[in-house]
Ligand binder design. Structure first.
Ligand SMILES: Nc1c(NC[C@H](O)[C@H](O)[C@H](O)CO)[nH]c(=O)[nH]c1=O
Ligand SMILES: CC(=O)[C@@H](O)COP(=O)(O)O
Length: 138
């Protein structure tokens, strides 16, 4: 396995969940022999795009993972946050020609459901590694 260098953007909102997602991501990176070399913490998922952009601008970053949990409140605010973040994550990957994984769970999710989905941290690493390997073959 090539020692890909991966950046991570982690939401502090619902940190009790996102820190577990980060642990899973780190364990998977170690298992696969890739490195999470830069980590940027952001207040919440909505704030991710600028941090992702800064990481994608680094020549020594091959791909970025995002880790967050958008838990339902009383309104549809969670849906707005998720829709905007997901859209910008896709746009940034295309703009910078580098994989960006959506390791964000929700919306319409309870805290319990968020805890049940912490393995999305591992999945995010798997996704960027698969993308990097497959794009190299083109
Ligand atoms: N409710 C959740 C948020 N909300 C905060 C926003 O993401 C953002 O930080 C704020 O609007 C300031 O720009 N963030 C999450 O990551 N998860 C949530 O459930
Ligand atoms: C999803 C959120 O950001 C959350 O804090 C908003 O909750 P509410 O829908 O009750 O305003």
């Amino acid at each position: 396995m090539k020692a890909y260098k991966i950046g991570a953007v982690v939401a502090e909102f619902n940190y009790e969940v996102t820190m577990l997602m980060m642990e899973r991501a780190k364990a998977e990176a170690e298992f696969l022999g890739v490195e999470i070399t830069k980590v940027i913490k952001v207040p919440g998922v909505f704030d991710m795009p600028l941090a992702i952009k800064k990481l994608l601008e680094c020549d020594d970053i091959d791909a970025v993972i995002t880790l967050g949990a958008v838990i339902k409140g009383e309104t549809k605010h969670d849906e707005v946050i998720m829709a905007q973040a997901a859209r910008k994550i896709t746009d940034l990957a295309l703009d910078y020609d580098k994989p960006v994984a959506l390791g964000v769970t929700g919306p319409d999710m309870t805290e319990l459901q968020a805890v049940d989905r912490i393995e999305k941290g591992r999945d995010a690493i798997d996704a960027v590694v698969k993308m990097l390997q497959r794009l190299e073959k083109i």
